[in-house]
Design a protein around this ligand. Sequence first.
Ligand SMILES: [Zn+2]
Ligand SMILES: [Zn+2]
Length: 320
Amino acid sequence: MFEIVFLGTSASAPSVDRGLSAALLMYRDQRFLIDCGEGTQRQLLRSGVGFRKLDKILLTHGHLDHILGLGGIASTFSRWESITTMSIYGGQWALQRVEDLMKVVLRGGEVDMALRFVPIRPGRLWTGERMTVTAFPVSHRGPGCFGYAFEVEGHSPFLAEEAERLGVPRGPERKRLIQGESITLEDGTVVHPDQVLGEEVRGVKLVHVGDAGRTDNLVDVCRDADALVIEATYSSRDADMASRFGHLTAAQAATLASRAGVKNLFLVHLSRRYSEREIGREARAIFPNTIVPRDLDHYRVSRNTVEKVETDAYGQASVS
Ligand SMILES: [Zn+2]
Ligand SMILES: [Zn+2]
């Protein structure tokens, strides 16, 4: 299960209700900040999740509405937070721009925090406990734009009744079978893992695409995702503007979700021109499971389903 907190959902410039692009993805004790528009550190505080363990930042691209908040976060972290290394992953051009920004903010390293700039290429980017992050290219304006697929490994359920029938005692023997080892029972019978493990159940998949100008090259990477987060800067009535500026309409994003067999669609990066209702309505006509999250909305993403998490003023979560 993943959790995602939408920290900023506006395109290009903030509105009264929406801040600039940023989202926090959580899996167990791992946290990934995806993009970091201006104002992100305050949104993190308001969301209740705070700065803890926030040492991995993934950039979709180097446009200012996605990176300007890094200056503020680096400044705060370098003074008050216990994070000693912050890793920033992104395309070459985005990282160059962030490095320039950091030169101004950190003024030649008079702080304790180390910054790690990690240029990425399409492919596996990060591997952790039963979870991977894969980067893939996205067509927007300029070079080196990336999207990210977060995937939990599949697992084969342990068939307790079958183990009982075969006489496998409770305890370490069962653990070894789950880990893929064969075991020998006291009477000499050998039990193999495939005798007590069911068919593999796929893990949860969440795909995050930042700004994008086309979708035909995204169908495969989005295939069967439990949740897709993608921009919908424009509505179809401004489709020509969308294509001129390398952005998507809500209808295009919804069509992608439908073609790729995605289970749930989150639309972000909304232009101030439209109400969320207009963007939602356009998308839902094509893909009914569409959500247009507001800033600070927090969701749990499981296999096939998403559920909203209500947080109280102290950031304590409860599922609605
Ligand atoms: Zn943008
Ligand atoms: Zn952009």
